[in-house]
Design a protein around this ligand. Sequence first.
Ligand code: UDP
Ligand code: MN
Length: 305
Amino acid sequence: AEEALRAEAEELHVVAVLAKAERNEALREKAAAALRSLVRFGKLGPREALALHLLCDGPSRGAARQLLQQALRPAAFKYKVVFHDLETLAQKLQPTVEALQKLFSAGAGSYYGDSLFFLSVAMHHIMPREVSRVIQVDLDVEYRANIRELFQEFDNFPEGAVIGIAQEMQPVYRHVFWQYRQEHPGTKVGEPPPDGLPGFNSGVLLLDLEAMRQSERYNRLLEPAVVQQLASKFHFKGHLGDQDFFTLVGMEHPELFYVLDCTWNRQLCTWWRHHGYSDVFEHYFRCDGHVRIYHGNCNTPIPAE
Ligand code: UDP
Ligand code: MN
């Protein structure tokens, strides 16, 4: 039995969402570029395989299949693709994330489609038990490095950390926390790096599912009353889904998060530069070093190689 176990490849699990893609060519093109670059820079060990989990709605699945077939063909590593049905997941998720939706969604909050923005938060309930770690990535990204190196970042998690995540690179949370900041002069909440707490961006997420399942603290924070109390302490009302939750929780419990280097999620959106924050924008946006993943958030084009 041991022999058989040893022969089996170790799977590196990557999760991505592809929804409403059937009539959105721009989205399909971005997803294709993301997957092509993942494959081009990807190098795995001889006993490793990529397990790509695509979370799709029914109509997007056909597009996803076609996209994957083309993008994965040149892969120099073993891989498998697992499709998950978004509608089923959304319904399964609904009870866990209902309270979060009310606090961190733009809309009224009862529409179950909304719960998709909180998939990552409850990923430990969604993935099968035997999956202990996953990396969840947006599809508006391009890789400039081997994703295997990102999996190695799990080994840098300090005791107690459950999620690896990069900081947000715009002053959006400086804006969102304005009232708390006014009432707490000198606070680090919403301040830029290196000393401040600018909040998080959820485009690249290292989810230690085993740690998420085991962490009493993390699961307490998913309880409606607990997260509501935290939101009111910080006068927090958001609209960015999971990253709002991680940002808010990170202000009170930074020990739950391992902060990824900015080069693993180099966001490119500059919307807030032109909306009242030009004076401080650069302090948030700066990121030194070789970019390993570009994130073309808010539909920003990604520079060619
Ligand atoms: N997404 C999708 N269909 C959509 C919108 C978003 O599949 O209509 C997925 C896709 O994986 C995308 C992710 O959700 O990368 C997050 O959305 P997006 O990257 O557009 O948000 P941003 O990073 O600009 O805030
Ligand atoms: Mn994105």
